[in-house]
Write a protein that binds this ligand. Structure first.
Ligand SMILES: Cc1ncc(COP(=O)(O)O)c(C=O)c1O
Length: 470
């Protein structure tokens, strides 16, 4: 080994002792196992993390997952997983067999694809969106041209934050919102500001008030994005009322002065309605395609293990987001795209989603009636939402009851064998303080008996945390 090669070998292992930095080279002639000739370091040199990495907070979800693993009997009303029994194993198997049996598409599926996503698949997605609720001006071809396929909608959302947010920029979010979204906003050094929701979703008067306050404070120019989950929201289960959708678009336009205030419409739960047809998407009403980013995923309506999402973007964002995606992975798995393409083409997807709607409706009914039985009688102040679709129920406890990770209820719940997501995570830091008397509950993963048992255990745990009813 040349001395240069030797130097390169040890550079990563420079040690520092208490006196000062000292590079300790292995004895070239030692011939022994190498390790014996090294002094143990008392302190290693720090890794200087990027500003972005320094802004990252430990993910609360990891703690919930650890608790679930450490307590195998626990009923998780926390995990945002889908119903296990309904995962379409046979249907996906059929599509995979057909795909791999196809002499052209089989090898194509196993090859790299394009960064933006397979052209035929993107057209299929636009077709599907047209059938589900309409497209804006320009129809299928124009929509497909500004659609980008991503590794889950989480990637699309992350890339969007990378593409438009700088430190100090502002994103207006629903209060409460999908807590995972706050991570990419914070890691960009941007600020998330919460705007209240009510029974009809995002409260648009409150939104205008927030925009007015920001304008008076000279900060309107920092507002880049309004984030909304218009269908069966995670975490509340509530929908943005149909009549609010065009008004939201109008507000974004009207308050955009020096720069566009975009709307991120996260339609992760669209399609999972238990009642009638969901109102038209906001993006379908954005005729010029200038204001709305429409984010979709197959995770909830097909299988999260396929991890396939997509977004329809304003034209100016297609190139930057494709460029950033190229840095990440230069394209989502071609195989997954072509499998889902077949499932869409055969009509299996629509049949499957129709089946999911009735499965989740049954589970919701069972869960809500268990909450009525075990939680309702405990305190008249306890309230929860009645979702008309999706997977989530949002529970509000009397104001003094602390449902946070560190509060008494969470610990009692773990003892009783049930967990939930503390609602505090779903609030942005601003305007603060984050309320701690909410719980996000889901009936997605547990079977029906476990939903009843989970509600019973939650009631049991709550008993010890509430003031006795007078
Ligand atoms: C509101 C919302 N948006 C986006 C996602 C991301 O889903 P995926 O990355 O699996 O497509 C989720 C997942 O739970 C979600 O609840």
């Amino acid at each position: 080994m040349t001395s240069w090669a030797c130097f390169r070998f040890v550079v990563g292992a420079i040690e520092i002792d208490s006196v000062g930095p000292t590079a300790r080279l292995p004895r070239a002639s030692s011939g022994s196992s190498g390790g014996s000739s090294w002094r143990h370091s008392k302190m290693t040199l720090p890794i200087v993390k990027s500003e972005m990495a320094q802004r990252i907070k430990p993910a609360s979800i990891s703690r919930l997952m650890r608790i679930a693993l450490e307590h195998p009997g626990v009923v998780s009303l926390a995990a945002g997983f889908v119903d296990q029994a309904s995962l379409p194993v046979a249907m996906v198997g059929r599509a995979v067999d057909e795909l791999l049996g196809d002499p052209l598409d089989g090898p194509r599926a196993l090859q790299y694809g394009t960064t933006i996503g397979d052209a035929g698949f993107r057209e299929r997605l636009a077709d599907q969106m047209e059938r589900e609720g309409g497209l804006p001006g320009g129809g299928v071809a124009r929509t497909a041209g500004r659609t980008i396929v991503t590794t889950g909608s989480a990637q699309l959302i992350y890339l969007l934050c990378e593409a438009i947010l700088d430190p100090g920029d502002i994103v207006l979010v629903e209060s409460p919102t999908y807590f995972v979204f706050l991570g990419p906003v914070e890691s960009r050094g941007a600020r998330a500001i919460g705007v209240p929701v009510d029974e009809g979703g995002l409260n648009l008067d409150a939104l205008e008030e927030t925009l007015g306050t920001l304008e008076r404070g000279g900060e309107l120019g920092r507002v880049k994005l309004i984030y909304t989950i218009p269908e069966h929201s995670n975490p509340t289960g509530l929908c943005l009322a149909g009549e609010r959708r065009p008004r939201l678009l109008e507000i974004a336009r009207r308050w955009s002065r020096r720069q566009r205030i975009l709307i991120l419409e996260d339609a992760a739960y669209r399609g999972l309605s238990f009642g009638g047809q969901e109102p038209p998407t906001i993006f379908s009403q954005d005729d010029e395609g200038d204001w709305v980013i429409h984010a979709r995923t197959f995770s909830k309506t097909l299988a999260p293990g396929i991890k396939l999402g997509y977004g329809v973007l304003p034209h100016e964002l297609v190139e930057p987001i494709a460029g950033l995606k190229a840095n990440h992975d230069f394209g989502t798995a071609n195989f997954n795209q072509l499998v889902v393409d077949r499932i869409l083409a055969s009509g299996d997807y629509d049949r499957h989603v129709a089946g999911l709607r009735s499965i989740y409706k049954r589970k919701r009914d069972r869960f809500l009636s268990a909450l009525d039985e075990f939680v309702g009688p405990l305190d008249p102040e306890i309230r929860w939402t009645i979702p008309e679709g999706g997977l989530f129920v949002w529970m509000t406890l009397p104001p003094g009851v602390d449902a946070g990770f560190e509060g008494p209820l969470f610990g009692r719940c773990v003892q009783e064998g049930v967990i939930y997501v503390p609602g505090e995570f779903a609030f942005a830091d601003e305007p603060g303080p984050r309320p701690r008397n909410h719980l996000r509950l889901t009936y997605g993963l547990p079977g029906e008996n476990n939903l009843v048992e989970g509600a019973r255990r939650l009631g049991q745990a709550l008993c010890g945390c509430l003031d006795p009813v007078a």
